[in-house]
Design a binder for this molecule. Sequence first.
Ligand code: F6R
Length: 591
Amino acid sequence: MCGIVACLLNDKAAPVLLECVRRLEYRGYDSVGIATLSGDIYVKKDEGKIDDVQKRLDLTNIPGNMGIAHVRWATHGLPTGNNAHPHTDCKKRIAVVHNGIIENYKELKDTLQDEGHIFTSDTDTEVIAHLIEKYMEMGNGLEAATRLATKDIKGSYAIAAISADEPNRIIGVRKESPLIVGVGENESFIASDVPAILKHTKKVIYLNDNEMVILNPTGVLIKDMDGNLLDKKVNIIEWTSDMAEKGGYKHFMLKEIHEQPEVIKNTLMEFSEIEKVVAKFLEFKRICFVACGTSYHASLVGKYLFETLLGIPTDVVLASEFKFSEGALDAETLVILISQSGETADTLKALKIANKKSETLVIVNVLGSTATREADHVIYTRAGPEIGVAATKTYISQLISIYMLAIAMNGDNKLLEMLQIVPSYVKDALGMEDEIIQIAKKYKDSSDFFFIGRGFSYPTALEGALKLKEITYIHGEGYAAGELKHGPLALIDDDIPVLAVVPPGDSHDKTLSNIEEVKARGARIIALGSSEDEALRSEANHIIGLKGEITEMLSPIPYVVPLQLLSYYISIERGIDPDKPKNLAKCVTVE
Ligand code: F6R
């Protein structure tokens, strides 16, 4: 996820671009850049947070009343000055900013290089500047050349482009990455999101996929990809800028929960990258996952998946305990470390230990983080920056990466097809908000909760309990459903709600028996299962019923969503800010 802005003004553009792009910093913060046009194209860009780069370079000190800007969250190429946007063509007459992923950029880059184009970055984006250059050299204007360039590109994009040969014109185009148009008094804007431009105009046009916008001094034109003019509605936005930054959601956590269907789609785009490296992993005799917190729960799903799908003995070790497992490391073990941040001290320490004797793979959300530099192999999740302290969308993207890895190793394309429809299950799960709010209101004053599940639902139960602890300050205990009778049953009474995770499948009936056990001790049951599961409905005081028949194996992906929402709404009921729970930090850099 990155943020892009473009503007055509009557006044100097660079200070306005900087101010607008600052409001998109929540979309990415590893590098920033601005390009303006005043006869020539002027570019200032570098790696680092906006304030740091501004102090170093004074980004506003470039001429011109029009330009483009970008705040980056690296996906292709490390966060460096060269890889920062805007990117230019060979003659520095064209500049582009881009949010999204160009899936076929390697093929395009090879062809363009064969045709003599010189590249200066490792990004996928730079191909766009060279494609536009190529089509402009054939006699097309910027608009037609951008249209032709997008025909060559596979993937997702929101692009803004300028050319020194066409002053007073900015082109924007969108496919599967957000892009809005701001219509001001004698000035116009393009941006990834509304907050960027709210200070300048409240009149916004939302672009759909395969639509193009042309900003010029007389206003804005919206066209389809055949060049036909479209008549689009101008919306009047009534948000405050704080509301707008959160996309209209009250908290980043809620916004991030709702971003999950899109995150899954983005993460799935990595499948071809994963396929390229898996052959080597098949040689290992043992897998060992290492992680902390939520990433540990994703690892547990990984264990069940690897053992079920691949039959490879798989262990899961908490990173802070990993040194006690050092003795079992050898060259036949692949150590897979999972970390959203790639900077967690316990995980980095474990990585150092693992590197001594075994091959290491990290599954990480932050490109260029320490873990990515120290491991032998890297898989990037594509969740974009997560601002809420509690991990939500990064957990889902970790799960998707683990499933893709197991599927690539197992080679079963049917499973891949099933994974492609998971976003629709997640969307359905997001539709359960009203029921979940009612349950949150009823149980907000409980002092303890149990979360139970078997097999693939056990990590989901653990993750549900962790979310509850973190953002509601209620004690939540995640337990393997079959293990309750070995002790914790003594704690159960009618004050304790038990949330049972019971998808359809092999474990279903046994978990139902465990529900009977706790019910007999007075517990109130909140059941999370299929909406068509009458047996479960008859056992439960409340049911969160998910639509559709997802397999037990894939259930950890949609089934975690209602648990995220339940904790979120209990936290709201208790007057807690879920984005900033007490005593916790987003990235834990101490052991
Ligand atoms: C829970 C949470 C933490 C992290 C843990 C590991 O919501 O965010 O439990 O999962 O601190 O962090 P990473 O994944 O960055 O290594």
